[in-house]
Ligand binder design. Structure first.
Ligand code: NAI
Ligand code: MG
Length: 348
């Protein structure tokens, strides 16, 4: 049976990197029915919204969306993001965002004296609530008394499911789970989070769990990244930590992510961590590695474990041997890297 995959290439470098991910997937020879979704900032200028009103209906029957990036200087970022990726994550209840952060051999990392053996962290990010729940408002606009409220929302059920998933991931890896909160300055949401972690820890005696304040964790990612295995954190905290993680794994162009709802039949959305990179869009120099790695995560979601391993192996080969784009020390174009990965895949 073939897989039904929708491509939402989006804006800026999105189409450039997603095109290479798709090329690599095609080289695997899997039965995939592709559909293209023309949504994004250009669609917004034509239709007044980032996606059609019945986007849920249009996604019906798909198992996965391969997404490039959304965002363009001509549309306010909060409009483009809330009209697309945040709406998708929330309405489809894609509550888990998995972000593997690994420095691949051949990619220059910025930490002196550190190499691939020192940096292999899986971030499990809560993806629908917390600081990005979308609860708040503004009043008295433009007056000196203007007020803006942005309310963090933490539910027991929401924290439980993502923390449990993180424990399961840690049990399958090196057995260490680090939970990042800020429950010294914030007294409610993160304190609930910490309590849930302690409760669920009882079900995973084989996993060592530690609670770390998020600011200290940022420092530790730089000082001793090898002391971390799985990190679970709220929407905002993991968003920030994974940009730091991306920098340590060679740059924004390297980082991949999966938006999923484990245990359900809901489709998954797979996207590089980076945005539309307007500063380099159209130049053909964006690094497609994060998009290709996201395609690996998509194959895992589609129960194509062998194909996922083949594609990741091909990406690792190309990172080690080149060609590489300029952000990771090379001079190749996006297409040259994508061609090389596809050729490795085809070579078996
Ligand atoms: P960005 O991730 O687009 O760019 C940050 C820096 O990383 C830039 O210097 C850029 O050139 C570089 N970079 C990004 N992707 C790269 C790649 N594949 N290869 C090489 N270098 C790469 O973040 P920024 O500039 O803050 O946001 C740009 C737009 O993207 C905004 O409209 C923002 O809202 C949107 N955005 C969208 C996201 C999404 O679709 N999920 C995520 C983050 C930002
Ligand atoms: Mg981000």
């Amino acid at each position: 049976m073939s897989h039904r995959v929708a491509v939402l290439a989006g804006d800026g470098v999105g189409p450039e990197v997603v095109g290479e991910a798709r090329k690599a997937l095609d080289a695997l020879g899997l039965p995939i029915d592709w559909a293209e979704l023309p949504w994004g900032s250009a669609w917004y200028h034509e239709h007044g919204r980032m996606m059609p009103e019945d986007w849920e209906g249009e996604l019906d029957g798909f198992q996965a969306v391969l997404l490039g990036a959304i965002g363009d200087p001509s549309v306010p970022d909060h409009v483009s993001l809330w009209g697309s990726i945040l709406e998708l994550r929330q309405r489809l209840d894609l509550w888990a965002n998995l972000r593997p952060c690994r420095l691949l051999p051949g990619i220059p990392g910025p930490l002196a004296g550190r190499g691939p053996d020192d940096f292999d962290i899986l971030f499990v990010r809560e993806n629908t609530e917390g600081e990005y729940a979308g609860v708040g408002g503004r009043a008295h606009r433009g007056l000196p008394t203007e007020v803006a409220l942005e309310t963090s929302v933490f539910t027991r059920a929401g924290v439980e499911r993502v923390v449990r998933l993180a424990f399961e991931c840690a049990a399958q890896r090196r057995g260490l789970l680090t939970s990042a909160t800020k429950s010294n300055a914030s007294r409610f949401g993160y304190v609930l989070w910490d309590e849930v972690v302690v409760e669920i820890a009882g079900d995973f005696p084989g996993v060592r769990v530690e609670r770390v304040l998020v600011d200290a964790l940022a420092a530790r990612m730089v000082r001793s990244p090898d002391s971390l295995d799985v990190v679970v954190a709220s929407n905002l905290f993991a968003d920030i930590l994974t940009d730091l993680g991306a920098a340590i794994q060679g740059g924004m162009g390297m980082a991949a992510s999966a938006n999923i709802a484990p245990g359900t039949s809901e489709l998954g959305i797979f996207e590089p961590v980076h945005g539309s990179a307007p500063d380099i869009a159209g130049q053909g120099v964006a690094n497609p590695a994060g998009a290709i790695w996201s395609a690996v995560l998509m194959l895992e979601h589609l129960d194509e474990a062998d194909a996922a391993a083949r594609l990741l192996g091909a990406l690792e080969d190309v990172c080690r041997d080149g060609p590489r784009t300029r952000d990771v020390g090379g001079s190749a174009t996006t297409r040259e890297v994508g061609d090389a990965v596809a050729a490795r895949v085809a070579a078996g």
